[in-house]
Design a protein around this ligand. Structure first.
Ligand code: BG6
Ligand code: MG
Length: 217
């Protein structure tokens, strides 16, 4: 029996994935190289410092810890500027309606994001009160694909992993959900999220009973 839906934030509830990409790309460009959309797929769901290390490796750049921290802080400032204008209108299509459906059931709503900005963004788009549990980058020590974020979500809600379903747009996030022993619904493209149990293009027109039936097959 499914007791909880655990949602990733960036790229699932709000389209902030594009802002992360823009801010990282700006940083890479300032360092003299570029990062492609394809490369960016591998950054989705990856923590801030792990993303920075992957990007620097990609550009063959070696820096001290202090320099890295300064770059990460600058990227975050640029990211915060990009998200500062967000409003509830920036919630991805169908998400609000899907949440309204969930609230008609006994299913709990949890957040499983590695972002340290998650709470601030949920507040901005007025969704903070919709969550029964919030696990974000300030509460975990290991980023996705480690299952920690989703396992903590299940624990905080008081359910076992098999009672939870994860919604994810990132390859690393889908893996984290599977590593947690949960069913995973990919939000995005089937060819990219091929480890998910089901892949949906988004939440528009999704009906909970039908979705749960589909997952049983
Ligand atoms: C994830 C994003 O949700 O959060 C990543 O998919 C991002 O792209 C990570 O790097 C960390 O976010 P933040 O806001 O703590 O820098
Ligand atoms: Mg995401």
């Amino acid at each position: 029996m499914i007791k909880a839906f655990l949602f990733d934030l960036d790229g699932v509830i709000v389209e902030t994935a594009i802002f992360h990409y823009q801010a990282w790309r700006q940083m890479a460009n300032d360092l003299g190289f570029d990062i492609s959309e394809e490369f960016n797929e591998g950054l989705k769901g990856i923590s801030r410092m792990d993303s920075l290390n992957l990007i620097l490796q990609h550009g063959n750049i070696e820096l001290s810890e202090e320099q890295k921290l300064a770059l990460a802080a600058k990227k975050n400032d640029n990211y915060l500027t990009l998200v500062s204008k967000m409003t509830p209108d920036d919630i991805l299509p169908g998400v609000k309606e899907f949440f309204e459906q969930i609230k008609q059931t006994e299913i709990k709503i949890g957040l499983g994001s590695v972002s340290k900005n998650a709470k601030m963004i949920l507040e901005r788009v007025d969704l903070l009160d919709d969550f029964d549990a919030i696990i974000d980058g300030t509460k975990i020590s290991k980023g996705k694909p480690d299952p920690e974020v989703f396992l903590n979500g299940a624990t905080e809600l008081g359910f076992s992993p098999s009672e939870c379903i994860v919604f994810e747009d990132a390859v690393a996030g889908v893996e984290a959900g599977k590593n947690a022993g949960m069913k995973v619904i990919g939000i995005g493209q089937k060819d990219i999220l091929n480890k998910a149990d089901i892949v949906l293009p988004g939440f528009e027109g999704i009906e909970i009973t039908q979705l749960l039936e589909k997952l049983k097959k």
